[in-house]
Design a protein around this ligand. Structure first.
Ligand SMILES: [Fe+2]
Length: 177
């Protein structure tokens, strides 16, 4: 018999879940205002065809990750999880890509949040696809659940902007270098 769910420290993993209206519309607009105008100044990674900035470089990401801590703790059923780091990315069409992978960084628990987009682009987690609209997130286990995106259907003028809010337990190597 095949066990359907994996375990993380003895607890069953939740199925990924979409959160609609993760932030208030004021908070959502605030993040767009503070991040979108500067995208061309962020690091460009040709591997994924995306620009990115992390929470060390952009403290607004940390502020919002702390706001989301109660939601993450409730969904992942952990009173102890903490924010590790977050990353804003803007994928640029049509050569944006995200091959199948499990995260090797401090991404035990992930809220994958769509900030804005010109075309929808499904995220796959463990053989199921999740289609997000702006201000929606999908929650999953970045280090334990395989996730990826299929081909980007868009032109060079299209883009998809996400924020990865990552969390982990206090005994994660991230907190114990
Ligand atoms: Fe990932």
């Amino acid at each position: 018999m095949v066990l359907k769910s994996m375990t993380l420290k003895g607890t069953s993993l939740q199925e990924p879940q979409i959160f609609k209206n993760l932030l208030t519309s004021e908070e959502h607009q605030d993040l767009i205002r503070q991040l979108q105008p500067f995208v061309s100044q962020y690091d460009y990674d040709p591997e994924f065809n995306r620009f990115s900035i992390d929470s060390d470089q952009s403290p607004i990401l940390k502020t919002y990750a702390e706001k989301l801590l109660p939601i993450a703790r409730r969904f992942f059923k952990s009173e102890t999880l903490l924010h590790t780091y977050s990353l804003f990315v803007q994928y640029q069409g049509p050569n944006a890509k995200l091959p199948p992978h499990k995260d090797k960084n401090a991404c035990t628990y992930t809220l994958d949040y769509c900030l804005y987009q010109t075309v929808p682009w499904e995220l796959w987690v463990e053989n199921k696809s999740y289609l997000l609209s702006p201000n929606e997130a999908v929650a999953y286990y970045g280090e334990n659940q395989l996730h990826w995106r299929e081909k980007f259907n868009g032109t060079s003028r299209d883009h998809v902007a996400m924020i990865f809010f990552h969390f982990a337990e206090p005994d994660h190597w991230f907190f114990n270098p």
